[in-house]
Design a protein around this ligand. Structure first.
Ligand SMILES: *Cc1c(COP(=O)(O)O)cnc(C)c1O
Length: 364
């Protein structure tokens, strides 16, 4: 079966000696390897105000803490995402207010964001689902107009672009995941990038990842002013990330090449609707998304041909923990009934993508 997701791990000859060096170095906790990776990631996304963490979930949780949201506040978010986008909001005590999605893309609808703003809204969470980029031109305008910070959940969008730059320096906070199945993996890991961060903001982000302690001051002189978490990345995951990043351009360009191939090849096929891309955005094509008629039949046809096709994510608004946020989301209903992902990643070669396109052209 051609899988929908598959971790890319750099060649053994490059990876194993580096892991071995760090494992037996006497220093495997958060240290130089992590700072090195922060520089590499920071340069890649053109935002050096980046801290590496042990997960994307940690990045979301710290970003939310940095905005100061708490019980009694509201955070506008989308239900078309993986669960941590919204469980982390819940952990702050704030109420999630769902904005609907654009039924053509599954991405949060800026007009509905604006409708859902109240004087309790303290942050807007947007998700670049599947590596497609939200309509940031409109979202930026709303953020400025109301003075509400945006957190971009870019767990699927490391390498995606907006306005000629990589995702990572557009909104006040951008959160990346380096979890096992994401575009770039450190086995587990994540990063938080802060736009125009002050020294105080960087210090706060670093303290929040380490109990509230300042790593640059000795333990004896340290004073915890607010409690932080245990969210730091360690040197072992960081060195894996350093080696992985040497191959990342190649991995990403294969995703993008396959994605653009499908954008052309799957045009005008009866029963298939392609997803449009917003102005000035560039998808990283972590997953390739289409909308199909008779989805169950489609998935069966693909499975019979040895190709995985599925939705991969479950809408978040149906979980009991989010019951207080329940509301009508007709755009999401429409998208959710028809969307499906097909294999698009680095493991799909020219022959396989041709075969996948042919299967779909034959119908189901
Ligand atoms: C994977 C993912 C996360 C969380 O990342 P972890 O590194 O697994 O904690 C957050 N949001 C979305 C949309 C994700 O897919």
């Amino acid at each position: 079966m051609t899988p929908l997701v598959k971790p890319f791990i750099a060649p053994k000859e490059k990876m194993i000696p580096e892991i071995e060096r760090v494992l037996y170095s006497g220093y495997i906790a958060t240290g130089k390897e992590v700072s090195d990776l922060e520089v590499i990631i920071g340069n890649y996304i053109q935002n050096r105000n980046t801290v590496c963490l042990n997960s994307g979930t940690a990045a979301l949780h710290i970003a939310l803490q940095m905005t100061g949201v708490k019980a009694g506040d509201e955070v506008i978010s989308t239900a078309m995402t993986a669960e941590p986008t919204n469980t982390t909001i819940k952990l702050t005590g704030a109420k999630i207010v769902w904005a609907d999605v654009d039924p053509a893309t599954g991405l949060i609808d800026p007009d509905d964001i604006e409708k859902k703003i109240t004087d309790r809204t303290k942050a807007i969470m947007v998700v670049h689902y599947a590596g497609m980029v939200c309509d940031m031109t409109k979202i930026n305008r709303i953020s400025e107009k109301y003075g509400i910070p945006v957190i971009e959940d870019a767990a699927h969008a490391f390498g995606s672009g907006y306005a000629g730059k990589k995702i990572g320096s557009n909104s006040k906070y951008t959160c990346f995941s380096f979890q096992a199945i994401k575009l770039m993996t450190t086995v587990d890991g994540g990063a938080l990038a802060i736009k125009n961060a002050t020294d105080e903001e960087m210090e706060k982000a670093r303290r929040l990842r380490w109990f509230g302690l300042d790593k640059n001051t000795s333990r004896l002189e340290n004073d915890i002013k607010y409690a932080g978490y245990k969210y730091a990345m360690n040197n072992v995951n960081a060195v894996i990330g350093k080696v992985q990043m040497q191959s990342f351009d190649g991995v990403l360009s294969r995703h993008i090449s396959n994605g653009r191939y499908y954008d052309e090849e799957l045009k005008g096929i009866p029963g298939v609707k392609l997803v449009p891309y917003y102005k000035d955005t560039e998808a990283a094509y972590w997953l390739y998304t289409i909308k199909v008629d008779n989805r169950e039949e489609f998935i069966r046809m693909m499975t019979d041909a040895g190709i995985t096709a599925s939705q991969l994510h479950h809408r978040s608004d149906t979980h009991s923990v989010f019951a207080e946020s329940k509301c009508e989301l007709p755009g999401l209903d429409e998208f959710y009934d028809n969307f499906v992902h097909i294999p698009c990643g680095w493991w799909v070669d020219d022959a396989e993508r041709g075969r996948i396109a042919d299967c779909i052209k034959k119908g189901w």
